[in-house]
Design a protein around this ligand. Sequence first.
Ligand code: PLP
Length: 391
Amino acid sequence: MPKFHLSIPDYNLKEITAVTKAIKSGWISTAGPDVIKFEKFICKKVNAKYSVALNSGTSAIHLALSVAGVKRGDEVLVQSLTYVASINPILYLGANPIFFDVDNNFHLKIDDIYEFLKTQTVFKNKKCINKKTKKIIKALLVTHLWGNVQNIQKLRNICKVRNITIIEDAAESLGSKIKVGKKIINCGCQGNLGCYSFNGNKIITTGSGGAVVTKNKSFFKNINYLANQSKDDAFHDIHKKMGFNYKLNNLLSCLGIIQLKKLDNFIMRKKKIHDHYKKEFKNMDNLKLLMPLPNTLSNYWFNVVTFKNLDNISFKKLKLMCKENGIEIRQVWKPAHTQDYLKKFQQFKIYNSEKLYKKSVCLPSSLRLSKKNLKFVSRKIKNFCQINIKT
Ligand SMILES: Cc1ncc(COP(=O)(O)O)c(C=O)c1O
């Protein structure tokens, strides 16, 4: 059993009291008043106009794609190095992903998207058509990984002109921010729709849960409708189209409210963990700690290191060393275009994602790690590098 965890929940008496109160009130289902309260609080926290609380980040992405009009046979531009939960909802809708590369900071190569749209597509009858497949490109899905934020401003105009909806997968980056000109924008609010996850390991957690935020009223109404079984008339039980049971329930919304109140404190504590690793790894040539971009504020959800020259044998040794010392590490997301069931989809200039996957790991980043714990973990990693990795 690991002693030093990647990211475990941080609950106390406040969460227990809130859930107990909800149980005693009888409001436990999706119809309870705390669901709307939580949604309003999410809006306030990230400065969004509308939000819908859902039962997972995956359902948030599914419904965001759905209201963006993604249908069978359409295409969605997406980075390959992301969690599969970003990709699977594209397939739920019968659409196809087109995979792109990430840079050394795990950010989607924005210039590649731009080049692809300029050179590989045509715009006809208000539709952006892929010259190769003749299919319509309906959406761009950008994932902000490990708590960092990427700047997607350059794509806003070209996507607007070509009728492509920008969806942000901000599952890992709630509370992160970016400075654009004089404005501070919350992660998830740069594009047309933003998706968050409140899964057990996320910066705030309701056990499982998620949310979509948007400025667009019709997206908001549509998501609420679809998430609630597309109920047109509850009394007469009329449903004009297929819907889903995707809303977050009242019990979990109570947890969400308490957790969201703690978000700023969590980010401050996560930053201390990041600063500790930064100090410890400062002079190392064979290891690079992932840093937030300038003009951004990260929530520092996970700390990721990329090793220079980490071959298969030394990777195995690293895994073993960490296991023996109770240090929970995890390889970064396996690029989606290399997963068997996703290999068949179109790819554009992917050179970097696999290299990063082979030499990057996530380090323990749980809120309750003490200075002593962090010193132990970083010393072990440093010793490992000195012995096993050539500079
Ligand atoms: C990048 C990313 N996208 C989507 C998800 C899906 O969220 P959930 O697990 O809440 O469905 C996660 C987290 O699990 C994630 O890390």
